[in-house]
Every structure is written in structure tokens, then in C-alpha cells.
Write a protein that binds this ligand. Sequence first.
Ligand code: ASP
Length: 615
Amino acid sequence: MYRTHTCGELRAAHIGQNVTLAGWVQTVRKFGSITFIDLRDRYGITQLLFGEELNKELAENPLGREFVLQAKGKVNERTSKNPQLATGDIEILVQSFTILNKAATPPFTIQDDTDGGDDLRMKYRYLDLRRQAVKKNLELRYAVNRAARNYLHENNFMDLETPFLIKSTPEGARDFVVPSRMNPGQFYALPQSPQTFKQLLMVSGYDRYYQIVKCFRDEDLRADRQPEFTQIDCEMSFVEQEDILAMFEGMVKYIFKAVKNIDYTATVERMTWENAMWQFGNDKPDIRFGMKILNLKSAFTVGGKLLATGELINGAGFGVFDNAETVLAISVPGCSEYTRKQTDELTDWVKRPQIGMQGLVYIKYNADGSLKSSVDKFYPEDKLRAIAEAAGAQKGDLLLLLAGREERTRKAMSELRLEMGKRLGLRKEDEFKLLWVLDFPLFEYAEDENRWVARHHPFTSPKPSDINVMIDNSPVIENAEKYLEHPYNHIKANAYDMVLNGNEIGGGSIRIYQRELQEKMFAALGMSPEEALHKFGFLLGAFEYGAPPHGGIAFGFDRLCAILGGSESIRDFIAFPKNNSGRDVMLDAPSTIDDKQLVELSIRLSVDNVGRENA
Ligand code: ASP
């Protein structure tokens, strides 16, 4: 028997017992004629004490870090206890040991505060995974997985697998493709999600489906994306939006309880997409704090009085405001005492290329009621006060204003709001706030192609009240400049996103389930009937055989884990992640393949030896 206990198991109650442990050597500390070794496994660390006798044996067989060791001995009470360690009351007085395997000196220390850089740790991921900090993340991942499964199982969902080798139907992201040897010149695609399969399962009558499943998207990797990632993918039949919202806020609350012991009893807030964009500047607002964005060019009600703030800010001779498409403000609580240095630094912050603004205007609404602003010259104090109050500022607040083109300014203000929230400590890691964002537009206008694209995906249904708008109107955009006026621009989707602390953790929709409407949708997206049949004939066909009303949702499993683990990076929660260029640096993948393999696959590379030196 290799071991009687794990390295995290022994306590004072075991004192006097003979035990056998096996694990990895964390540290070796020599003190004269005795040696202490910390032995580590998945469950913890136990201190081993090698007395004088064994020390001689140790001298002949020196132990290095990460050696795999088996030690037999007696559990002793420690003279100096270590309250930091679960096993800190005891140590093992070793009677005999066996080196089960040697280890080369690891390229970085296997500790929480390791000396290994990112790349090195990714290359030796199997060593990185030994570190407690990483292990904790994977344990959390497993706990979330188990909780989700328990909840879904309790609610009658069936875990059904769907294929990975499917048909390429790029819409949205790019597909990863796999050449078929048996069908020369033909390719499978890896699924971007099991979307159409889960809908087919509904047609087949499996009314509650789920899968914790890999999805593949060949996207340019923006920060913290992975080309393969995991979803908790779900679908239900005979449901309306409310049924889905109730079922899945239940699931997330269940996960909170199971994984973090949090009783999320509050009602999950809801917000329309329009309000999210309007008040927070993005479609996944962090509602742990306020600081809503205010449009100073539109009218506000202050104390029941309607104030046209546009009139307050326009025509003052301050060209930046006078000529701007929009002027947006946030009121930062309690920051009126910011120094010149601090406001200058914020100005530099908004001028960074990632934010891209020309400048920042501030109004300090001092505690004594006086006002100070970077545009004092143009606005007398009473006007500044009227602006500040219209914008909802209170004495002691700092009003930050950005002006420019609508879309860019709103985006910049959204970033600035998040940044100020962070600086003021309002985005607390241990506070969790869920939000449903509802009523998304069904379509988005793709300027470069002058056509509509589905904002969620082409299987999402319009709101029942908007179905006729879609059926009765042609999708053709006669005048690209006036696309905003096209009826399709006002159609709302029967879709919903779940947002947690400013991150989209899930998204889904009620689906189209009639062939005619689905055909109309494909046509709206610019697909010819032949193309629609070629790509999605199977689904259109299935809709003719009694498709039930259905809808679903998918949660970004990696992201959910990262947020629950208090991390910004999903990579930390994936056992074997890819780096930012989509490479697995441990495997050195992707890589070239043999000419023989290419021949078998009937593939000739268009550029010879592209990247072949990496082989
Ligand atoms: N398949 C969708 C996605 O991956 C989610 C859904 O609509 O259920 O975003």
C-alpha cells in the first residue's frame, strides 16, 4: 500500500499511530543532525522529521525538491505548532522512506508566490498545476460544475452529448475546420456551440437538455478569450422568457450557495438593453455601484422641474460642448477635493489610445456649496451649479464630463465610470450582483456589408409583438445613411443576457420554431433560399415535423468560475489553457503536419512551408 493517509489528513487525534504517506518534497530543511521535510500532495502538507539515524541514509540519497517520496513513521505531537497548516499540530517521525521517483530541479518554485513568469509556467503547466493557488481554482471549477449538474438534474434536465464534427456554417465567429480523409476535399467544422442540436433535441421531445460542453470559435483573441471554452448549455421546451429567467436565476443562486455559501435572496434586477446603454454605456453594466451616465444635452427632471440641460451647456462659447454631438457626465461621490494633479492624471487617462478622448472637463461641487471647474471661464458659478444639480451631483461630488461623437463618448464614459468605481473601491470582489439585460435589438446593421446581422444568432425570435414588423417589411436597406430609420432597427429580440458584476455570464433567447419565420430570418440576414437550405436545411426540415415552442441559454462556464474565484482571468480556471495567441505552449500547438498526412487528407498548402520551421 502506497499510503494510509493523505498529506492533509493527520491531526492531533492521530498522535501515536503508525502511518505511511506519499507525496512530493516541498522543502528540505536541515538542522544539525536532523532534517525536516514538508511533504505535499493534493490535500495538503505534512511535516516529516528525519532523526539522526535516517539522516545518514538521507546523506547517501539526497532528496531534492519535487522528488516523489514515500515515508513510513509515527504521528508525533509537534513541539512548535504551526497554526497556518491544517496538519500543523503534528509531524511524522520517519522510520523508513523510499524514493519513488527523482525529479529534476523544477524551472520555477512550486509556491503561491512563485518566481516563474507566465510563459514558463504555461510551458510546464503540469508543474504549475501543483501549486496550491492553481489547485484551488480547479477545485472551485469542479464545485461549480457539480452544483450546476445537481441543480439541472433535480430539475429534470438530461445531459445529452452532441457531435463535435459538424457542418461549417459560419455566422458570427469563424469556424475551426477539420479535413475529412474519407471525403477528400471536404471539411467538418468544430461547433461554435451546440445551438442547432439542442433545438433539434427539443423537436425530438427531450424537453429539458443540458451539457457542460466545449465550444470552438476561431476569433481574434481579445484579452482573456480562449479559442476553446466551456459553456453550460441548456434548452427547454414549452417555455416563455419568464420561465427561462426563473429557472436559470435559480441555477446561479444554487451555485452561489453550493460554492460560496452565499444566500442570494435578493430579486435579480432587470434592465432593458436601451437603459443599460443609456445609463451605463454598455450592455453588461456593473450595478454594484451607481454613478449612472447622464446626458447633459437632453432634458432632466430635477426636483420635479424639467430642466433642459442642453440649454445650460450650449451657447456658452465653449466650442467643445457647443459643437459636440453629445456631452455626458458622471457624478463621482465624495471626490470634490481632487487635486489638480489628480484631475490632470484622469485627463491623461481618458486621452490614452484605448479610451481615445481629446480631454476631460471637471466640475467640483465643493462641500461648502462653491464650485470650481476646468471651464470656469465659460460658465459662471450659478450655471455650473445648475449643471451639477441637473446631473444629480451633491455637495462634495466631482462631476466628470466628456464630449464628442455619441458612440465613442458613451463608450469612453462607460470605461471612465468603471475606472472610478474601481478607484473608489466600489467594485468589491466579494459582492455579487446579478442582472438580467432584456429587450435587445434583434438585428444589428453591418456597415461594411450593408446588411443586417443577428445580434444574438439567427435562431432568436423577435418579440411576439414585433413578428409582424419583420414579416411585413422588406429587409432591404435602400439608404445606408438612414438605416436607423429602417423598421428592422426597432425590432426587439426575445433574448436575455445574465450579467454578474459587469460581466456577461450567460445569454440566450426564445427561438423561432416555425419554418416560415426562420426562412424570413435567413432572408433578412441576406441569405438566398438556396444558401439557407444548403446550410440549415436540416433545421428547416425539422420545423415541419411538429417543433415545440422552445428557448434556452448558455453560460460561460470558465468566466463564471473566474468571477466566483475573484479573478479577472479565465485562464487561471482552465487546466490546460492556450496563451493570448491561441497557442498551447506546452504542446507547441498548433504545428505543421507531415507531408504524408497532407497527402492522405488530399490537402496541398497554397504557400509551401508556411510556418513549417516551427515543426
Ligand atoms: N448558443 C448560444 C451562444 O453560444 C446561446 C444560446 O442562445 O443558448 O451564445
